[in-house]
Design a protein around this ligand. Structure first.
Ligand SMILES: NC(=O)C1=CN([C@@H]2O[C@H](COP(=O)(O)OP(=O)(O)OC[C@H]3O[C@@H](n4cnc5c(N)ncnc54)[C@H](OP(=O)(O)O)[C@@H]3O)[C@@H](O)[C@H]2O)C=CC1
Ligand SMILES: O=C(O)CCC(=O)C(=O)O
Length: 432
């Protein structure tokens, strides 16, 4: 190709449309906000606006009724300057390439913010897994793993659980990759069952990290956890664990909302009984220990700490003005739109952003990966203590940058993380 016909260096491929209004567009807006704080490294910022690799795969499986169904799957490695790609796999009916790109980019930021030696990646399949039998789910997982096997591996890209995926799915992924590569490769995924090289503490790690940074931030704004009123959206792995830890520390869980409905009790919901109810009935709906809460009432409920722990785009310009909480802790990835961010900041609501608040999961995933490589496993107490140390130090660094530049904690986290990523990029140079 001659020079005049080559693509200009800042031509934007259509799938990277900067006017994208979905999660990818939100991520790009967040990068734009941090760019003025990057100094000389700003010359590399375009790197953050383009995923390194985006793989779209067709995942055909035979359903139990004999028909063949095709699902679209993705694995995106946003940035691998600091180490292998790392991030979860989501099975959900609304998964899109734009969403997976944004989730992979947030993984790059998160991993750099807590300084674990990874880049950022994420994967997913557009499927409602509740419509599949166990056999269909296993076939789907195994076929997807084989399809993305081109780019994953213990030193290339290491998946983990996310929405609607769990340790059983990680076991199938590990087994499929191992069969295809001819040796048992425990380090190819994290969040595995303990008996297959999983780590103690991983299941609760994201919620524990949410709790840890919540306590740290509360200290700084003079909020006592004892008696504090919390409301949680999403009562799965992250929301359920965070709620339980806050309640154990003396907080009162007054509202919970999941996909099917909401439940409220001004005197406090019994978190253990609620978890049992969800396990038995699949939702908080119908829980006898509280009254029904309408979806629009949830965001306006009279709480001190609000924890969105479900999906992206939940706190918007529409409901952010109603928030009464003093603090929002983002257990979910991307729950707050940039407009909502501005409204919350103007209303003096402190937002602890996803890219630091929910980093506990990947931190213990890192411990799992290290333990698998060394075949030497740590006690749960040791893991939890190391997790708390990393989260506390990372949060303190972000808090100090926020104070120094008088910016939101989201922008502060991006300053810390983007500086680390782009410094690594600059040191590595461009040419093979
Ligand atoms: N698992 C992990 O280690 C990490 C997860 N995260 C993020 O945390 C969030 C939750 O993940 P996780 O807990 O693992 O997922 P789970 O699948 O365990 O739980 C998801 C929860 O969100 C609820 N939910 C789904 N859609 C909605 C909706 N539209 N409105 C209200 N509630 C809804 C689900 O309710 P229902 O069951 O009724 O559908 C369920 O309670 C995601 O954003 C994920 O990316 C971040 C870091 C690590
Ligand atoms: O544990 C991991 O590797 C990643 C978890 C994840 O997907 C996330 O933090 O959003």
């Amino acid at each position: 190709m001659n020079k005049t016909s080559s693509t200009p260096s800042h031509d934007i491929p259509s799938y990277l449309d900067p006017n994208n209004l979905g999660p990818w567009g939100i991520y790009l807006a967040q990068v734009d906000r941090v760019t003025p704080y990057l100094g000389d490294l700003a010359r590399w910022v375009e790197t953050l606006k383009r995923p390194k690799r985006s793989l779209i795969v067709d995942v055909p499986i035979e359903l139990d009724n004999g028909t063949i169904a095709h699902y679209e799957g993705y694995r995106v490695q946003h940035n691998i300057s600091r180490g292998p790609g790392k991030g979860g796999v989501r099975f959900h009916q609304n998964v899109t390439l734009s969403e997976v790109m944004a989730l992979s980019a947030w993984m790059s930021i998160k991993n750099a913010a807590v300084n674990v030696p990874y880049g950022g990646a994420k994967g997913g399949i557009r499927v409602d897994p509740s419509t599949l039998s166990m056999g269909e789910l296993e076939r789907l997982t195994r076929r997807y793993t084989s399809e993305i096997g081109l780019i994953i591996g213990p030193s290339k890209d290491i998946p983990a659980p996310d929405v609607n995926t769990n340790e059983r799915i990680m076991a199938w992924m590990m087994d499929t990759y191992s069969m295809n590569s001819g040796s048992t490769a425990t380090g190819v995924v994290t969040g595995k069952p303990i008996d297959l090289g999983g780590s103690l503490g991983r299941k609760e790690a994201t919620g524990r990290g949410v709790f840890t940074v919540g306590v740290e931030a509360a200290k700084r704004i003079g909020l006592s956890i004892d008696g504090v009123r919390i409301a949680v959206q999403g009562f799965g792995n992250v929301g359920g664990t965070a709620a339980k830890l806050f309640v154990e520390a003396g907080a009162r869980l007054i509202a919970v909302q999941d996909h099917a409905g909401g439940v409220y009790n001004d005197q406090g919901l019994d978190v253990v009984a609620l978890q049992t109810h969800v396990t038995e009935h699949g939702s908080v709906l119908g829980f006898a220990g509280g009254e029904v809460l309408q979806p629009e009432e949830f965001w306006a409920c009279d709480c001190d700490i609000l924890i969105p722990a479900a999906l992206e785009g939940q706190l918007t310009a529409h409901n952010a003005p109603k928030v009464k909480a003093r603090m929002v802790i983002e257990g979910a990835n991307g729950p707050t739109t940039p407009e909502a961010d501005d409204i919350l900041q103007a209303n003096n609501v402190l937002v602890l952003p996803d890219v630091i608040a929910n980093a506990g999961g990947v931190t213990v995933s890192y411990f799992e990966w290290v333990q698998d490589f060394s075949s030497f496993f740590w006690s749960e107490a040791e893991i939890n203590q190391r997790l708390v140390n990393i989260m506390t130090d990372a949060f303190t660094a972000v808090w100090n940058v926020g104070q120094q530049h008088k910016v939101s904690l989201r922008t502060a986290t991006f300053i810390v993380a983007c500086t680390r990523i782009l410094h690594a990029r600059a040191m590595r140079g461009l040419y093979p």
